[in-house]
Every structure is written in structure tokens, then in C-alpha cells.
Design a protein around this ligand. Structure first.
Ligand code: LCV
Length: 259
């Protein structure tokens, strides 16, 4: 299917991100192909899905396709934008979506990992959360994904430094469920999926939906929401947002002004 490969092994759906020449950057097309694969598995009531990249890649996904980030004055991460649609599709899939990670994971793809239900990685994995490098304000639902999974100080360090977190540290802080040797990654992940497949899908489906609802049960007042939207607009209207994209495309370090 376009930029992804799909297969079903013993009732486990496998989606392989397969646009490696673009480092699996989450372009509109790649996102649509992943969602299409999830919809296809959902129709067949496939109980468990594995989201992976091809063997041997250095980069699992380079995150949001920078070339598709909107020009300034437009929210880059609003409700119907591709990354947000993808994250909701994973959250709403009927059964567990397991991220199987070999290689580095950047930005929006890091949020995708934090949205998957379970994360299995090998020693080549690393995870970088890059809005502060991209002059992007990020958004409330994305930040909540990290707060639900990590101690808030760890989540803040990831956002404030934008530095990659190693596989070993990712295991320590809880980004990943299991760190396994590269040659055992697929068999370990398939074994875990097979165990889940011996349980009641009906029960798991309802339990997953309760986790989703509770993980979003985070009160925020309309006034605070509107203030956050105003603050976010200051960022994506800023010099820093425009400079980050320009610097990336010109392959040079960005020079931020904080305005
Ligand atoms: C488009 C790319 C990309 C890319 N998009 O290879 O989370 S937020 O808010 O930040 C959100 C907005 C977001 O997700 O932003 C994107 C965050 N991603 C990153 O910061 C990763 C950016 N990429 C890199 O740092 C490097 O490309 C890595 C370390 C992933 C790989 O480095 P390597 O030296 O192996 P190149 O950098 O040479 O990249 C190879 C080609 O892929 C393009 C890049 O522009 C280059 O294109 P050309 O061959 O045309 O020069 N590319 C890389 N990442 N996210 N295009």
C-alpha cells in the first residue's frame, strides 16, 4: 500500500514504514498509508498490530516532514493535520498497537511512539523530541502523551534539550517496555503479540478504550485553553518558527531570537 508494506502473521497485523529514502518522514502520504493499513486491519478485526521500519534502517522515522510544515501564521499541529490524525488512529485502533523500534526516532514520530500502546526496541534505538529545535509550540494532547508516560521532569528534559535519548536510558525512564538485542527484536515482539492474541480481544478492546478515555481526562478551563492557543500562535507566528524551517532546509544551525 503505497509507502507502507503490510502483512498478517497468525492474526498479527504488521505495518512496515517503507519510505526509507525519505527516512520515513511522516509526510501526508505516508500518514494516509499508515491510517489506510490500520483501517484495513480494523475491518478484519486483527487483534494486534506491529508498527515497524525495515530491517537495518538507521532512522525509524525522521518525524514530521519538515518540507510539509506550513508557512508561519498557520498552526502546524492542529486537529485535522496529518500527524494528529495518525495519533488518533493509533489510539482508536481496536487492539494494541506495538511499536517495534530499530533506529532513531525524531519529533512527531517520537509522539507516535508515545501514543503506541507498547514499545519494544533494540540497542540501536534512540528517541528525540524536537519542537524546541523546530521553533514549534507543540500542542496540549501531544504533551499529555509524554506526561502520561514519563515523570514530568524527564518529559521536560526531552522537550527542552531536544537531544536523543539512548535505548538504555529509554528503558530506564519508561519510553520503552523492553530493550532486546537487535537479532531478537522481531521474534520477541511477535511472541508478545501472540500472547495478547490468546486473550479476549473483546476485553482488551474495552480496556484499551478505558485507558484512552482516562488518559485524556485532564481538566482545563476554556479560559486556559484559549490562553494556550494564543501562546501557541505567538510561536508559530514567530521568527524562530520560520528560521528553524529555513535553517533545516539550508542545512545550517538555526539562529533563534526568542521572538
Ligand atoms: C523532511 C527530512 C527530514 C524530515 N523532513 O541524513 O516534533 S516537532 O514539533 O519538532 C515536528 C515539527 C517534527 O517532527 O519536526 C521534524 C523533527 N525531525 C528532526 O528533527 C530530524 C531531522 N533530520 C535529522 O536530524 C537527520 O536527517 C537525521 C539525524 C534523521 C539523519 O541524518 P543523516 O545525516 O543520515 P540527512 O540529514 O542528510 O537527511 C537525508 C535527507 O532526508 C531529509 C534531509 O533534508 C535530506 O534531504 P536531501 O537528501 O534532499 O538533502 N530529511 C531528514 N529529516 N524530518 N526531510
Amino acid at each position: 500500500m503505497g509507502l507502507v508494506q503490510t502483512e498478517i502473521l497468525d492474526k498479527v497485523g504488521i505495518i512496515t514504514l517503507d519510505n526509507t529514502k525519505k527516512l520515513n518522514a511522516l509526510s501526508e502520504q505516508l500518514v494516509d498509508d499508515i491510517i489506510g493499513a490500520l483501517d484495513c486491519f480494523q475491518e478484519q478485526k486483527i487483534p494486534v498490530v506491529i508498527l515497524r521500519a525495515p530491517d537495518g534502517v538507521r532512522v525509524w522515522s525522521a518525524g514530521h516532514d519538515v518540507k510539509e510544515l506550513p508557512p508561519k501564521m498557520r498552526d502546524p499541529l492542529s486537529y485535522y493535520d496529518s500527524l494528529e490524525r495518525l495519533l488518533r488512529a493509533v489510539e482508536q485502533y481496536l487492539g494494541p498497537v506495538i511499536a517495534m523500534v530499530h533506529g532513531s526516532v525524531w519529533g512527531g514520530a517520537c509522539d507516535l511512539i508515545m501514543t503506541c500502546d507498547i514499545v519494544i526496541a533494540d540497542e540501536t534505538a534512540k528517541f528525540a523530541m524536537t519542537p524546541a529545535k523546530m521553533g514549534v509550540p507543540y500542542n496540549l494532547t501531544g504533551i499529555l502523551h509524554f506526561m502520561n508516560r514519563l515523570p514530568i521532569n524527564i518529559a521536560k528534559e526531552m522537550f527542552f534539550t531536544a537531544d536523543p535519548v539512548s535505548a538504555e536510558r529509554a528503558l530506564q525512564v519508561g519510553i520503552i517496555n523492553h530493550l532486546v538485542p537487535e537479532k531478537e527484536l522481531l521474534s520477541f515482539t511477535l511472541d508478545l503479540a501472540a500472547t495478547i492474541n490468546t486473550r479476549s480481544l473483546l476485553s482488551i478492546e474495552v480496556i484499551k478504550e478505558q485507558f484512552r478515555i482516562l488518559s485524556k481526562a485532564f481538566p482545563i478551563s476554556p479560559a486556559d485553553f484559549e490562553r494556550v492557543q494564543g501562546l501557541r500562535r505567538k510561536v508559530y507566528d514567530s521568527h524562530d518558527y520560520e528560521e528553524a524551517i529555513t535553517a533545516f532546509l539550508e542545512k545550517r544551525p538555526a539562529h533563534f531570537k526568542g521572538e
